[in-house]
Design a protein around this ligand. Structure first.
Ligand code: TXA
Ligand code: MG
Length: 329
């Protein structure tokens, strides 16, 4: 594995060209997007895509998002584009939104886990964009972590999780959105949000001009429309417990009397300061940007359990709440 540092705003074209060559040659390149780091492979090369599944230990039924440089290039992998897709793409691309649409035959089955749809996204990060442009091929990229673990928001997280399974890691510093893209299935009559992110249902409705539903929240044993809805996902090593603001302090004390090393993540809950107590911003976007790095750090500090103050119910907090609830299962 080679770790190559790049300027997140103006990545060195020489470094990008090398990484693009690795992609075209069937190798794996981890790269920053605005949401989380992705583990990229040539999306139209099934053997390259297979390496992603092996590196992550990812179950073969979990499909992978295809990243493209521009909305026009999305047409190379999407069979039928529609008005809703057009509106959402215009409003939110490049950016943290993934659209699910009927796939073209050139997209290998292992990218879509045998589904007839493909998930596609135009990332906003200059490094991701430069890599896509230089490679000249669509890049399949799940989050660059072992399956079921927390997504990486820094290159060090990628190295710790995947190590030599990756050919090149492009270190473009911390990502700024911090949680994964909003996945919207626009293949049907009405848009369905399969995985909430930092773009709210209300924002999507306003642009799509249609009612948007939240889908994919299925019971543990049901087949998943989107395996991002797998129960335990996006989870730290430590057990994660959600508590109301008034209960956080008591819960932490209780865990400590049981001999556990307890961390706490709060917004306004009263709690004794400690090296494993983190106060987060009371703003959903800022909270999201710091969430995974905070949980990674508490894992690294050796916490057995992390007590997290419940976040507000409002629409803009939906993505953060979703990740916390998943991690707590
Ligand atoms: O922000 C992100 O989306 C990051 C960056 C790297 O782009 N990627 C990411 O990928 O989070 P991953 O593999 O960790 O999550 C992809 C999600 C999963 O929930 C997967 O089930 C869903 O997208 N997905 C992929 N293809 C799909 C399809 N054809 N239909 C429904 N869901 C799909
Ligand atoms: Mg993931």
């Amino acid at each position: 594995m080679e770790l190559l540092r790049v300027d997140p705003r103006q990545p060195d074209p020489g470094v990008i060209l090398r990484a693009a060559d690795v992609i075209r040659g069937g190798g794996l390149v981890a790269f920053p997007t605005e949401t989380v780091y992705g583990l990229g492979a040539h999306a139209l090369d099934p053997a390259a895509v297979e390496r992603i599944y092996e590196a992550k230990g990812r179950p073969s039924y979990n499909p992978i998002i295809v990243h493209v440089a521009t909305a026009e290039q999305a047409h190379d992998v999407v069979l039928e584009w529609n008005e809703t897709a057009e509106r959402l793409a215009r409003a939110f691309w490049p950016g943290p939104m993934t659209l699910v649409l009927p796939k073209r035959a050139n997209v290998p089955d292992n990218v879509t886990a045998g589904l007839t749809t493909v998930a596609v996204r135009v990332p906003a990060h200059p490094v991701a964009h430069a890599l896509l442009a230089a490679a000249g091929v669509p890049i399949a990229a799940p989050s660059a972590n072992k399956s079921m673990q927390l997504s990486p928001t820094m290159a060090a997280h990628v190295v710790a999780s995947l190590g030599d399974a990756v050919d090149i890691v492009l270190d473009g510093g911390p990502t700024w959105v911090g949680i994964e893209s909003t996945v919207v299935d626009v293949s049907g009559d009405r848009p369905v949000v399969l995985r909430p992110g930092t773009i709210s249902l209300e924002q999507i409705e306003a642009v799509a001009g249609a009612t948007v539903t939240l889908g994919g929240v299925a019971p543990a044993d049901a087949p998943r429309p989107s395996p991002g809805m797998l129960d335990r996902h996006y989870a730290p090593r430590a057990r994660l417990v959600l508590a109301d603001s008034t209960d956080v302090g008591i819960r932490v004390e209780l865990e400590r009397t049981h001999g556990h090393r307890a961390g706490a993540v709060v917004i306004s809950a009263p709690i004794e300061p400690s090296p494993t107590t983190v106060t987060m911003p009371n703003d959903p976007a800022e909270y999201a940007a710091r969430l995974y790095a905070t949980l990674h750090a508490l894992d690294d500090a050796g916490c057995d359990v992390v007590v997290v103050e419940r976040v507000p119910e409002s629409g803009l907090w939906l993505g953060v709440r979703d990740r916390l609830e998943r991690a707590a299962r």
